[in-house]
Design a binder for this molecule. Sequence first.
Ligand SMILES: *[C@@H]1O[C@H](CO)[C@@H](O)[C@H](O)[C@H]1NC(C)=O
Ligand SMILES: *[C@@H]1O[C@H](CO)[C@@H](O)[C@H](O)[C@H]1NC(C)=O
Ligand SMILES: *[C@@H]1O[C@H](CO)[C@@H](O)[C@H](O)[C@H]1NC(C)=O
Ligand SMILES: *[C@@H]1O[C@H](CO)[C@@H](O)[C@H](O)[C@H]1NC(C)=O
Ligand SMILES: *[C@@H]1O[C@H](CO)[C@@H](O)[C@H](O)[C@H]1NC(C)=O
Ligand SMILES: *[C@@H]1O[C@H](CO)[C@@H](O)[C@H](O)[C@H]1NC(C)=O
Ligand SMILES: *[C@@H]1O[C@H](CO)[C@@H](O)[C@H](O)[C@H]1NC(C)=O
Ligand SMILES: *[C@@H]1O[C@H](CO)[C@@H](O)[C@H](O)[C@H]1NC(C)=O
Ligand SMILES: *[C@@H]1O[C@H](CO)[C@@H](O)[C@H](O)[C@H]1NC(C)=O
Length: 340
Amino acid sequence: MSTRSSKIQFKPPESEISRGVATECCCCVCTPIIMALGTCCCLVVLIFIILAIIAGVNIHACNKLSQKVDINSVIPTNFTYDPNIFSSLEFNSLNSIMTKSGKIYVQQSNSTSDTNVTVSVRIAATKENEAFVKGEDVETIKRITVERSNTFKGAFAWVGYLSLPPRCILAQVEVILPQTIPATTSIETDVNDIVIYSNSVPYSSKIKLTTINGEIDIRNLTVDSLNLNTNNGDINASISGITNELITATDNGKIQLNVTVGPSATNPKIETTNKNGIIKLNFNSSFLGGYNIKTDNGKITINNATIENVNENKKKEGKVGDGNGSLVVDTKNGDIDVNF
Ligand SMILES: *[C@@H]1O[C@H](CO)[C@@H](O)[C@H](O)[C@H]1NC(C)=O
Ligand SMILES: *[C@@H]1O[C@H](CO)[C@@H](O)[C@H](O)[C@H]1NC(C)=O
Ligand SMILES: *[C@@H]1O[C@H](CO)[C@@H](O)[C@H](O)[C@H]1NC(C)=O
Ligand SMILES: *[C@@H]1O[C@H](CO)[C@@H](O)[C@H](O)[C@H]1NC(C)=O
Ligand SMILES: *[C@@H]1O[C@H](CO)[C@@H](O)[C@H](O)[C@H]1NC(C)=O
Ligand SMILES: *[C@@H]1O[C@H](CO)[C@@H](O)[C@H](O)[C@H]1NC(C)=O
Ligand SMILES: *[C@@H]1O[C@H](CO)[C@@H](O)[C@H](O)[C@H]1NC(C)=O
Ligand SMILES: *[C@@H]1O[C@H](CO)[C@@H](O)[C@H](O)[C@H]1NC(C)=O
Ligand SMILES: *[C@@H]1O[C@H](CO)[C@@H](O)[C@H](O)[C@H]1NC(C)=O
């Protein structure tokens, strides 16, 4: 009965049918203003198609740039700073770059005498001499920005997607951290991937890595606490030792974590959240404590739990061995796979 009445509700009123001629012929919705101007809305559709083609040409040219230029042979712009003064590094490039543009590689210095952070930025542009690297100090943030000299900026940066001939910039950033870093050390970026390599001297700090449109790739890091956050991108991490807290979140992407909880961990807290995507967690028998795992649309597979208090398709709770650890895993759309 209710479906019937709702069908009736969706029937358009007479008045709309009578002035719907333009709508039907163009297969799109016209705004009253366009109608008033007497312009067919097909023009709007055509403009969108043209803009999409230009954007496509631009993105293609940007992708070609990375094949054409050997970014490693570019002379870098270097920055050196004391992390006790600037605990955050921000690298932004969306403001004037057209497309997802590069990676930030983070390594640990092999020298015990290094106390500063070194950042080297290499850029390549489709049109030479129009891109530059700028550094500024904003309170405790060392902000490095890649900019294009002759373009729209800020709120109009997206216009860059539509410029012909294409103008794009490719960036590669290398960050060398000293062996001792502040209690909380952050690296933030807008459209770049972050890759962090293994460290020979474990960090007794919290490292926070944040990107908006980028992937995060951790290759065997040993650290007290780690926060990984991206809006659109995969998180692929191998963590050789975590002592306190591991928080991982993406809105759109896959999360794959191989985690070894450090032997000195007393109250390890692990939280993994995804909105759209799978979560795979592998503890290699190092996690001891309670778990709380939930998916809205997907299925959960767990291996090697000792006590299962709740064992449903979309929700599992229980314990692994005897320990204080706490594991929370949550996704909306995706399967979850946990090996304790
Ligand atoms: C900039 O840093 C790179 C290493 O990241 C180094 O090889 C190069 O010598 C540095 N250049 C200058 C001018 O300091
Ligand atoms: C660290 O960087 C600061 C600022 O650039 C500089 O003044 C200082 O000399 C550097 N310290 C060392 C040990 O290189
Ligand atoms: C430190 O040494 C390792 C092993 O030799 C090397 O792979 C790594 O690149 C070095 N790190 C830096 C920052 O030079
Ligand atoms: C991390 O360490 C494990 C075990 O030592 C090793 O098998 C793996 O290849 C390493 N992964 C990376 C990305 O270095
Ligand atoms: C994740 O990392 C592993 C090990 O480094 C690698 O083999 C794998 O291809 C990566 N997956 C993605 C999706 O990047
Ligand atoms: C995790 O370990 C599995 C099996 O050892 C491996 O296939 C996968 O690439 C690893 N993933 C990461 C992110 O290191
Ligand atoms: C659990 O936490 C308590 C209090 O923080 C600590 O004394 C105990 O050693 C922890 N147990 C384990 C197995 O780490
Ligand atoms: C798993 O744990 C064993 C023993 O603790 C260790 O030897 C091995 O390297 C670990 N594997 C990974 C992929 O971390
Ligand atoms: C279960 O734990 C044992 C050791 O406790 C390990 O050998 C085995 O690989 C684990 N199984 C899975 C599926 O992780």
